[in-house]
Design a protein around this ligand. Sequence first.
Ligand SMILES: Cc1cc2nc3c(=O)[nH]c(=O)nc-3n(C[C@H](O)[C@H](O)[C@H](O)COP(=O)(O)OP(=O)(O)OC[C@H]3O[C@@H](n4cnc5c(N)ncnc54)[C@H](O)[C@@H]3O)c2cc1C
Ligand SMILES: Cc1cc2nc3c(=O)[nH]c(=O)nc-3n(C[C@H](O)[C@H](O)[C@H](O)COP(=O)(O)O)c2cc1C
Length: 620
Amino acid sequence: MAIPKIAAMLRLSRCERDMTVTSSLPASKHNLLSELATGLDQHSLTWLSGYFAGLAEARPANDAPVPTAPVISAVVGEVGVNRRATVLYGSQTGNAQRVAEALYERLESEGLPVRLVRADRYSTKELKDEVLLYIVMSTQGDGDPPDDSIAFVEFLNGRRAPKLSQLKYGVLGLGDSSYPVFCGISQRLDDRLAELGAQRLLAPGAADLDIDSVATPWTDEALQHARSELDDAKAVGKVGTVTPLRPKSAYTRERPYQAELLVNQRITGRDSEKDVRHIEIALEGSGLSYQPGDALGVWPTQSDSLVDQIVDALALDGNETVVCKDSSRPLREWLTRWRELTQITRPFLTAHAARVDAQGLHELLQPAGASDLRRWLETRQLIDVLRTWPAPWTATELVQALRPLTPRLYSIASSPLAVGEEVHLTVANVAFEVGGEARWGAASQYLSQLEEGQHLPIFIEENTRFRLPSDPGRDIIMIGPGTGIAPFRAFVQHRVETQATGRNWLFFGNPHFSSDFLYQSEWQRALKDGHLDRLDLAFSRDQEEKVYVQHLLWERRSELFEWLEAGAHLYVCGDASRMAVDVQETLLRVARHEGKKDEVQARAWLDQLAAQGRYARDVY
Ligand SMILES: Cc1cc2nc3c(=O)[nH]c(=O)nc-3n(C[C@H](O)[C@H](O)[C@H](O)COP(=O)(O)OP(=O)(O)OC[C@H]3O[C@@H](n4cnc5c(N)ncnc54)[C@H](O)[C@@H]3O)c2cc1C
Ligand SMILES: Cc1cc2nc3c(=O)[nH]c(=O)nc-3n(C[C@H](O)[C@H](O)[C@H](O)COP(=O)(O)O)c2cc1C
């Protein structure tokens, strides 16, 4: 298979790298370090490097935000270590984390002993002593746990899971009902806890993208149970968080900042099938801050033409006042700023089917039509439903049935050290046709059409699991095809500004070299200046046989494995459904081939990398 040969290597001498490491240690530890290393073979040294990397990941870096609450893992006092509630969460993009933090804060404000823990920071040996456990977890992949919860879920499902007859619990799942397995992982967790003998305090919650309508009543009920379960333990006072709460910002998802758009530039060529934008946004004066690896949340506004089409299709009056959930607004405003119009869900289709006698629609909703329905939902929008199967809706019924608009996230493509009070994004404009008519994605079209000087509502979504190594001497491997390139632009900018000594290796892919090489000149300059040590490119359609990043990983398997065994951190960003799955399969294959591991060992090796924070994903 022909692979483009744009690759370069820059190696620091071993001596230079060793000096960097020891010089950052206090002098009192130098002797200890050399004593520890003396006589160890290569395998043991590699193991130690991984061990220390794991320890480093578990501790806040010098520049990490200071925890806002004390880090205490057990309640002391007369009522004993177990008279407390634990709120445990698993979250990929921050939603479950937000709900868990809110529950924690409400319990704490009532003086109840409670602690907050992210699933990957939870010590599973404590499970047998827990008396009250609330789990808030989103579902990812195809009914799978989020990355931070894989080990916890595996433990609970495994043979080592203890009997839990002392435990009372509640589980809240977050999901998206347009996926075939809605809230699959939380449902399975709930079942498993019951199977292990724990007592379910409240029915499992399953929150759709309209999170609060389920999360708020679930949280109220969880609070009531905690009051009666822990009343006698109130005297204990604060327990604290094992996982720090996020620093509070003046601007949040609910109260976004109105930021000025500085640049909106197409970065794919005229011949490209993709319209990808480089977007620059001003943060000056907002007080908002971010780190490479974080995402930017954007609240879109629906286009006037789409709102017109929907109002016309239903022969409604856009000025009619609609009251829904204590808010009163004209229909047009509801549709423009508060409702999803470009995504439809099964519950909406079911509600529509009850209004029209259409055989095709009823067939689609039968269990046998599941895969057709999935495909249909991926490409059709509200306007297609209304035109294909016309049916009457009043303005109020429509607003009640449509899903509330949710913000979209975009991986940040800049380092504040390089761009100051700005934030950059790389946005693919989602555009396609249905029956010869244009269809688009709400947020990507909104962003693509914004003009410089206009304002947009934004917030920062932290992603503490997708961070550069705290040791600047570590090598990094970045796999980011398509818009997956975004966070790696931020990473490399940051490594240049902080004069990080570790090597940077980037894998990028897209259809064509000539039209789809995102940030081409920046990468070529980085290579020339020694800021990028290796660049491997997969332009899938530039030759007869398709080449993707996972093929390049396999081609480079020996060096790839060497880098990882020497402590490199590996990051994957971009498409979740195919690319991230294929990359993971390839990494396992590399471990089997290069590390002479069997299937179980290869998986354990990758799990270990993930647990050490050396295999991190930002996939969507
Ligand atoms: C953590 C995270 C980071 C992300 N980072 C980036 C990023 O850096 N750059 C980026 O461009 N996106 C990124 N995304 C995706 C982004 O959030 C939006 O999902 C994407 O822009 C589509 O949103 P939309 O509102 O335009 O489309 P929607 O209105 O949500 O979708 C409209 C229709 O288009 C279909 N559709 C949605 N996406 C696609 C697609 N890619 N191709 C074809 N059809 C589609 C849907 O099924 C639907 O029918 C990220 C997502 C997450 C969760
Ligand atoms: C790549 C991806 C896969 C998903 N898969 C599922 C799924 O299989 N089932 C489901 O109910 N929700 C699924 N979701 C929806 C998320 O669970 C939902 O957006 C949730 O609010 C995310 O919460 P978090 O931010 O805490 O991770 C998926 C979302 C993404 C981005």
